[in-house]
Each structure stands twice: as structure tokens, then as C-alpha cells.
Write a protein that binds this ligand. Structure first.
Ligand code: ARG
Length: 460
């Protein structure tokens, strides 16, 4: 079977070469982008009188036929056709004859693949944004119910200060909002058309790049062809953006795994999104968040893979670049299913507010409040207040109680300046609600934060 580029060759390549060289097994995923790109290109060629209107009609009809064949599973994908671009053009020519052979005028596979892959990535940027929004909406539903549900806020995984559960969830919403912004920024930056760059240097044909850009929904035309055919920044950016998003998802997953342990008991994942053990009948395993945590690894791998592919490439197109697609496809699919299943797991999980509250009663979470009391009410410098509070914590430990339950007399033994009004400061609820500074955990402030995210999602 003759190759499209076989003119200068006297011997044909081996099967082994075909197998090694081909991308058709994976780039066929881009068939819609490829067909749309070709129709836009042909439409422009006709407008510029490079093709006749009749030829254009033949090409468009032929392409619709090819599309139908692909979608019905009839289309024959052959390794020997190397990639989807050549497979589709070959089939088109078989269907319509000479007009098919004119389609590649003023075009190269180098700008063609750059168009297809870029448009796929641009579309995925927006689809992922929509999926993040749906996740945020579900997180908001849970958060709305828990603006007064107290749990220990931690640093170093040690009990630190009481916070409410909605505040904790709002932290993740902040991360997801930044993720959305990253996908949107990348979409805007990379929304430029490579079509018409041809192999690397442009073309002597009188083409209209603005026209094809417009037909394909690009915002503008790329500035330098040499850069454009070898640029894969858009692919690196979506990989980085998915990596960062998966890092956030992984952190939340880590917490879900911990929270569903007996030791924490803060949440219980629903039966629908948990799994059992093949040997231990009592077990309910948090496989979903564990896998989310685990899948983050393959996404980072794809990012490192493509960065490494790109780092040594001289201008312009090099075949190395063909390695850009599989990692991106895999990362995008991982992101899509991850967002969806995390949303469902959160929607169906049970929040065990009682256990959260109980956990807040250990670890002397209101210690900072005692120090703050000494500063505010007794005019004691913070360093000294910190020391006095340390003594009060030691006393509570000795009494085997939480600082929030200590009797006034013990505090007054430590420092006589302490008055009865201290007791209010020691309560866990008051401690949480005392943090009213901007962005703080107090229920009033948390509600403002939830409002902020609701407005953000509404305005989008
Ligand atoms: N299959 C190739 C890729 O995915 C298409 C571009 C090939 N261009 C070339 N000059 N060999 O990158």
C-alpha cells in the first residue's frame, strides 16, 4: 500500500516501522477537530478562489460521509495510514476523487495537528471548568448545613484552634476557584489559530488565516509560524492546571480517608461510594478518595513526560512532539472522572458533627483564647500571656481535663489577675466565634465566605 509521502522513496518501510511511527491508535480521538479543521480550510480556499465552489461542496459532503463512517464504526483505522490526518484524507479522496487531493493545498500536517490538538485542549479547559463548578456547588450544599459544626482546626496535624466545618470546606472552595481561573487564563492565552502556518514558514498561496480562525472559533491568528507549529505550551498548561487541581483533590481526599477512620470518625462515606474487603467482613474502605489521591501521580507523570519531550527540541516541528497526546488524553480523562466521583462522594457522605464536636473538647483548643484574654482584659504582654497559658494547660493536663473545663480557682492560683469573665473565653464555641477578623472562622464570617462563592458561581 503506497504512502501519501512515498514519491521520493524507492523501498517501503517495514511493518515494524509502521507500528513504531504511527499515532493513529490514539490521535483518532481528534477526528471531529480534524474534520472541522479541514472543512474550515477548504471553505477559506474556495473563498480565495484556490478551490472552486464545486470542489468545496464535494469536500464538505465527503467529510460528512467520513464522519458518519467513523461514528458508526465502519471506518477502517489502519496502522499503515500512520495518523488520523492521512487516514481521513485518504478516505476522502477515495470517496470524491481529485477534489480530495487538493485539500492539503497551503497546509501541512504540522499546522493541522496543531489545530486539532489545540482545539481539543481548549474545549477541555472549558469542560473541566464546568465540572469544577458542579463540584463546588455540591460542596456548598454541605457547607451551608455546617456553619456551626465545630471541629478541631489543625496545624502539623495537631489540634490547634476550633473552626467550623463550613470554614474548612470553604478553604477547598478557594482552591477550586483558583483552579477555574487557571483553566480560564490558559484558555484565553492559547486561543489562537495555527492554521495556515503550513510546515513551518507559512505559504505562498493567497490564504486568509483570519477567516479560518473565525470559522474554527479561535480568537485570533498566531503571530509567528515557526513557533506555532512547535508550540505545545497549551498542552503543558492544561497538564499543569490539572496537576494542581488534582493536588487539591488529593489533599481533600487525604482528609476524607483520615476522617473516615475510627480514630477520627468525622465522616462516613456512603455505601455506594465505598468498597469492602475480600477477607475482612467488617471493613468499609474509602477506595474513592484513596484512588483520587493515587491518580494524582499519573497526572504529574504526564506533565513531567511532556516537559521532558519538549526540552531539547530544535525549531520547528519534530516527531518527538507526537508524544504529546496520550498523556494529555489520560490526564483529561482522569480529571473528568475524578471531579465527578468526588462530587458524588461528597454529596452522599454523612457528616458526624457529634464526633467533630467531641474531638474539639480535647487538646486545649481554646488556649490561644486564654492568652488573648490576658492581653485584652489584663493588659499583659502577649509573650507573658503565652507563658501563663502554658501553665494553665499543664494544670489541665495534670487534672486530666480540657482547658475549656478548668475551674476558675486553678487559673487564679496561676495568676491572680484572672477574673470570672475568663470562662466565656475558654468555651470552644466562643473561641470559634471570636475569630471575626476578615476571612476568619467565626460563623458570621464563614457565612460571608459561602455567600462569596455562591455569587462567584452565579455570575459565571
Ligand atoms: N502524527 C503527527 C503528530 O501527531 C502529525 C504531524 C506529523 N508531521 C510530520 N511532518 N511528520 O505529531
Amino acid at each position: 500500500m503506497e504512502k501519501m509521502w512515498s514519491g521520493r522513496f524507492s523501498a517501503s518501510g517495514t511493518k515494524l516501522l509502521d507500528q513504531f511511527n504511527a499515532s493513529i491508535m490514539f490521535d483518532r480521538k481528534l477526528y471531529r477537530e480534524d474534520i472541522e479543521g479541514s472543512i474550515a480550510h477548504a471553505t477559506m480556499l474556495a473563498k480565495q478562489n484556490i478551490l472552486t465552489n464545486e470542489e468545496l461542496t464535494q469536500i464538505i459532503d465527503g467529510m460528512h460521509q467520513v464522519k458518519t463512517e467513523i461514528e458508526s464504526g465502519e471506518f477502517e483505522w489502519k496502522i499503515s495510514d500512520e495518523d488520523l490526518h492521512m487516514a481521513i484524507e485518504k478516505r476522502l479522496t477515495a470517496l470524491i476523487g481529485d477534489a480530495g487531493k487538493k485539500l492539503h493545498t497551503a497546509r501541512s500536517r504540522n499546522d493541522q495537528v496543531a489545530v486539532d490538538f489545540r482545539r481539543y485542549v481548549l474545549r477541555k479547559n472549558l469542560e473541566i471548568v464546568e465540572a469544577i463548578k458542579l463540584l463546588m456547588q455540591e460542596v456548598l450544599v454541605v457547607a451551608d448545613k455546617h456553619t456551626e459544626t465545630i471541629l478541631p482546626g489543625m496545624t502539623h496535624l495537631q489540634h490547634a484552634q476550633p473552626i467550623n466545618f463550613a470554614f474548612h470546606l470553604a478553604a477547598y472552595m478557594s482552591m477550586f476557584k483558583r483552579d477555574i481561573e487557571r483553566f480560564e487564563n490558559s484558555h484565553k492565552r492559547n486561543n489562537v489559530s495555527p492554521l495556515g502556518c503550513a510546515a513551518l514558514a507559512g505559504t505562498p498561496h493567497n490564504i486568509d488565516r483570519e477567516k479560518t480562525a473565525e470559522l474554527l472559533g479561535f480568537e485570533s491568528v498566531s503571530v509567528n509560524c515557526l513557533d506555532t507549529v512547535s508550540d505545545r505550551d497549551f498542552a503543558l498548561e492544561i497538564l499543569f492546571n490539572i496537576s494542581t487541581m488534582m493536588m487539591h483533590i488529593s489533599r481533600l481526599s487525604e482528609e476524607l480517608v483520615m476522617w473516615s477512620s475510627y480514630e477520627f470518625g468525622f465522616v462516613e462515606l456512603s455505601d455506594e461510594y465505598s468498597t469492602g474487603s475480600s477477607i475482612m467482613p467488617q471493613k468499609k474502605n474509602p477506595d474513592v478518595p484513596e484512588l483520587l489521591r493515587g491518580k494524582t501521580g499519573r497526572v504529574y507523570g504526564a506533565l513531567m513526560g511532556l516537559l521532558t519531550v519538549m526540552k531539547g527540541l530544535p525549531l520547528a516541528y519534530n516527531k518527538d512532539t507526537q508524544e504529546d497526546k496520550e498523556g494529555v488524553f489520560d490526564a483529561v480523562e482522569t480529571a473528568e472522572i475524578s471531579l465527578e466521583i468526588l462530587k458524588e462522594a461528597i454529596k452522599t457522605m454523612q457528616v458526624k458533627a457529634h464526633n467533630m464536636k467531641n474531638a474539639s473538647k480535647v487538646g486545649h483548643l481554646s488556649a490561644t483564647d486564654l492568652a488573648d484574654y490576658l492581653v485584652q482584659k489584663c493588659n499583659i504582654p502577649f509573650r507573658e500571656a503565652h507563658f501563663i497559658t502554658g501553665k494553665a494547660v499543664a494544670k489541665s493536663e495534670e487534672l486530666k481535663i480540657d482547658l475549656s473545663d478548668i475551674q476558675l480557682k486553678y487559673l487564679q492560683e496561676i495568676d491572680s489577675r484572672i477574673n470570672e469573665d475568663v470562662l466565656k473565653f475558654l468555651s470552644i464555641d466562643n473561641s470559634m466565634n471570636a475569630r471575626t477578623s476578615a476571612g476568619g472562622t467565626a460563623t458570621v464570617r464563614t457565612k460571608e465566605q459561602l455567600e462569596y462563592f455562591k455569587n462567584y458561581l452565579k455570575d459565571k
